[in-house]
Design a protein around this ligand. Structure first.
Ligand code: ADP
Length: 399
């Protein structure tokens, strides 16, 4: 039997890629990926946006120029966006505020609502907005916004609410939003796949440990608590962010050290965390220095782990039971000493790792607890770009 000739169609075929853009304040990460297969056609990062001039080595002036540089790099790599049949552009937008609980097709109204959220995410949303505008200009395909906060948009009120006057909280949209949601959602699903169990049956604690770090408690695929709050500063100790501090610290530093509130904000976001204690934010270097006998690096490691244990214990109590503790992102996937230290002494709660499994260097989802453990401990690589591409494809298929 002969196949009928292929007709041109406007329906996407399943090998058409989505361009995923993750625009930070001074960088633009991109990945061209086929959502169904996960096949990556190209990826990279354009850096130093807005740092142009002077020394002649500066980066692109703005996100529009960064997008042009990306296109040039794609052409240099032999990728023609017309020829590959680009299906959509998926944008990572950090803050979706109280409104966005799902990915959406970008139109003027969506863009203006994202703009309206800039006061909640002054460091993050402006880059996404200029990235969307530049991509709208450059590509005649649907643009989809995927929000980092979305997975946590229906946190139980008790977990999302700060104990502040209600009218003030309402007026300024103060609540715990949570971030890294795309990763937490993806990893929770991938963990269920790894275990061969329905997501709906699992109680999970997910530890996303990268440059930014966050924890979540996930009951049946739904987030019920998370460590980041109104901003990505709350919670775990991070590369350069303090995570939780006494809220009284701000007033204290203002009074006693003469710092303005903006200076305190900068201090806690950019000069604290591992960087503040150990003098370096790259976790590999912290471990290297610790192993070489550096006391500050040892303390940074211990504080990092102490805070992690604090959240694991808290979420175990919130969930009431735990099926699986999951490690993901740069540190979570690659640091056996952190994983061992977090579960150390928690045997009574059913948590332990098998040393050989924990030490194995594999870039794949795997169980690292001993067979038959009451609680499974797993390492599951995150893939935010693929998750964004899939969500963008899903939005398109909804029409
Ligand atoms: P981002 O949050 O920017 O996406 P990543 O998820 O890539 O960051 O995580 C970056 C962190 O992972 C850095 O602190 C880095 O030192 C750490 N990391 C990467 N590889 C290793 C490794 N082999 N051992 C320990 N830490 C690692």
């Amino acid at each position: 039997m002969t196949e009928p000739p292929t007709q041109p169609t406007t329906e996407p075929t399943t090998d058409q890629p989505v361009l995923v853009l993750n625009a930070g304040s001074s960088s633009l990460k991109y990945q061209l990926v086929v959502p169904e297969s996960g096949h990556v056609l190209a990826s990279g990062t354009v850096e130093r946006i807005g740092e142009g001039g002077g020394d002649g080595g500066g980066g692109p002036a703005d996100h529009a120029e960064a997008l042009q540089q990306m296109q040039q790099r794609l052409r240099d790599d032999g990728v023609d966006l017309q020829a590959v049949g680009l299906r959509a552009v998926g944008h990572r937008v950090v803050h979706g505020g109280p409104d966005f609980s799902d990915p959406v097709l970008v139109d003027d109204e969506v863009l203006s609502r994202v703009r309206d959220l800039v006061p909640l995410a002054p460091l993050h949303n402006p880059g996404a907005i200029t990235g969307i505008e530049a991509a709208q200009e450059a590509y005649d395909v649907p643009q989809v916004a995927v929000f980092d906060t979305a997975f946590f948009s229906d946190l139980p009120a008790a977990a999302a609410t700060y104990a502040l006057p209600r009218d003030l909280a309402r007026e300024h949209r103060l609540r715990r939003y949570g971030f890294h949601g795309t990763s937490h959602r993806y990893v929770a699903g991938a963990t269920a796949d790894l275990l061969g169990r329905p997501l709906a049956d699992l109680d999970q604690v997910v530890l996303h440990l990268g440059n930014g770090c966050s924890a979540s408690a996930v009951h049946g695929g739904r987030a019920v608590d998370t460590s980041m709050g109104l901003t990505p500063l709350e919670g775990l100790v991070m590369g350069t962010r303090s995570g939780d501090v006494d809220p009284g610290l701000h007033a204290f530093l203002h009074r006693e050290a003469g710092l303005s509130l903006d200076e305190v904000d900068e201090l806690l976001n950019k000069r604290s965390g591992l960087q503040g204690i150990a003098g370096v934010n790259d976790f590999r270097e912290v471990v290297r220095r610790k192993d070489a006998g550096d006391d500050d690096a040892r303390l940074a490691f211990d504080v990092f782990v102490h805070r992690l244990k604090h959240y694991v214990g808290a979420y175990l109590a919130q969930l009431g039971r735990l099926d699986v503790l999951v490690f993901t992102a740069g540190i979570g996937q690659n640091s056996p000493p952190v994983r061992a230290a977090v579960v150390e002494g928690l045997g009574g709660l059913g948590l332990s790792v098998d040393p050989e499994r924990n030490e194995a260097r594999k870039n794949e989802a795997r169980v690292i607890s001993p067979d038959g453990s009451p609680v499974t401990v797993a390492v599951v690589p995150t893939n935010e770009e693929l998750a964004i591409a899939r969500q963008a494809a899903e939005v398109l298929s909804r029409g």
